[in-house]
Design a protein around this ligand. Structure first.
Ligand SMILES: *Cc1c(COP(=O)(O)O)cnc(C)c1O
Length: 395
């Protein structure tokens, strides 16, 4: 039998029988709608009229001059409604939920970005929304909890395990299996059992499709290098996907090295992880010697996940994409750099891509082109970066 939802050895559907019914129903629905012209037209319309796509491809002239390497362009996902690429996926999944006749949407969230995007679309479609969030994260991200409430969503705290993102995902899966009739589970990245990694990538691939058209219009040729940050991997898969067949385009993912890959405080999955099965997929995970999922750390809440989407594990194994690890300090320096040089405050997640670009650019030539995916805006991170730098905002 042909194996379903595989990227080489990675991916699959490793879920308990109780979740399998829900996964099978979702897979059938996605197979039905993914090429449906009406569904795709509706999604295009929402991308444009609600999320404000296409996002700009901005020529970063000062950064280009300053680094003295390739011409640098920035794909401005930070300009989307709600401030990041997360809206692309939330729009696609909630629209699918509506087509399936579901009345209720659930989601997991770590820092709250995906929860806010999902709550936003549910408000737009007038659908019931419940977001699972680790109790620990709720305390750290109280403002996003309030924001979700404001948008009409219920936020449910999760106390199990480390009371963070991975536990919120477990709880959402449990809810989904119990309430399959009424409920759609909107996952926030290219992870989980098939069809999620494929479906979320399909809803994000608009980033790369636009970028390809835009760079061809601006420069008449493809870029030499595309750089994106990687948590679960959705913004990176989104910008990479259309460039995968273009073998001369180098693809680079930047994962979070936290306080260093030689400490136990990082989230550099592909740099330090091993093959494993978790959250319904075979992929690479940070684990202890017994195979238990290791606690992870990054200054960036959006990158601090102990695994990575299976398609990235595959691109890494074949060498089609390279993955580098960026420390907290390098990311904060890039956060400050882009703010000062271009007047663009990046999300601290996206700053990991900027940091990788700053390392790679000097190895490239002036007749070459680099595109950085700026996955989100940094307003949400300003307070935390001030604290990191020891600035007392209440003084
Ligand atoms: C959530 C988030 C990420 C990380 O998620 P991916 O699935 O790896 O893209 C990166 N950037 C921003 C701004 C985010 O909100």
């Amino acid at each position: 039998m042909e194996k379903i939802g595989r990227f080489g050895d990675f991916g699959g559907q490793y879920v308990p029988e109780t979740v399998m019914n829900a996964v099978t129903e979702l897979q059938a629905a996605y197979d039905k709608y993914k090429n449906d012209p009406e569904f795709l037209a509706e999604l295009r319309d929402l991308y444009h009229n609600y999320a404000f796509r296409p996002s700009l491809l901005y020529y970063a002239e000062k950064m280009t001059k300053d680094l003295g390497g390739p011409k640098i362009y920035i794909k401005r996902e930070d300009l989307n409604h709600t401030g990041s690429h997360k809206i692309n996926n939330a729009l696609g999944q909630v629209l699918l939920a509506k087509k399936m006749g579901k009345k209720r949407v659930i989601a997991e969230t770590g820092a709250g970005q995906h929860g806010v995007a999902t709550a936003t679309i549910c408000a737009y479609f007038n659908m019931e929304c419940e977001v699972y969030m680790g109790r620990e994260d709720m305390e750290r991200q109280a403002l996003n909890v309030y924001r979700m409430n404001l948008l009409g969503a219920k936020v449910t705290g999760v106390d199990s395990g480390t009371a963070t993102l991975k536990d919120a995902i477990n709880e959402a899966m449990r809810d989904w299996a119990t309430n399959i009739e009424t409920t759609f589970y909107c996952i926030g990245s290219v992870m989980g059992p098939h069809p999620y990694p494929t479906m979320v990538r399909d809803f994000q691939k608009i980033i790369g499709e636009e970028a390809k058209q835009q760079i061809l219009a601006a420069e008449g040729k493809l870029p030499d290098c595309v750089v994106a940050c990687v948590g679960g991997g959705s913004n990176a898969m989104g910008i990479f996907y259309d460039f995968i067949p273009e073998k001369d385009v180098r693809l680079v993912g930047a994962e979070a090295a936290g306080r260093g890959v030689d400490t136990d405080q990082h989230a550099a999955t592909l740099t330090k992880g091993d093959l494993g099965i978790f959250h319904g997929m075979k992929s690479v995970f940070l684990q202890n010697d017994e195979g238990q999922i290791a606690p992870v750390y990054s200054i960036s809440a959006g990158l601090d996940y102990p695994g990575i989407g299976p398609e990235h594990a595959f691109l890494n194994s074949t060498g089609r994409a390279d993955y580098v690890a960026i420390t907290d300090e390098e990311a904060v320096q890039a956060f400050e750099y882009l703010s000062r040089v271009e007047g663009i405050i990046p999300a601290i997640e996206s700053a990991h891509a900027v940091a990788a670009a700053r390392k790679i650019a000097p190895t490239m030539k002036p007749d070459q082109i680099m595109i950085i995916n700026l996955s989100g805006r940094g307003d949400k991170d300003v307070q935390q970066i001030a604290r990191y730098r020891g600035v007392n905002l209440n003084a």
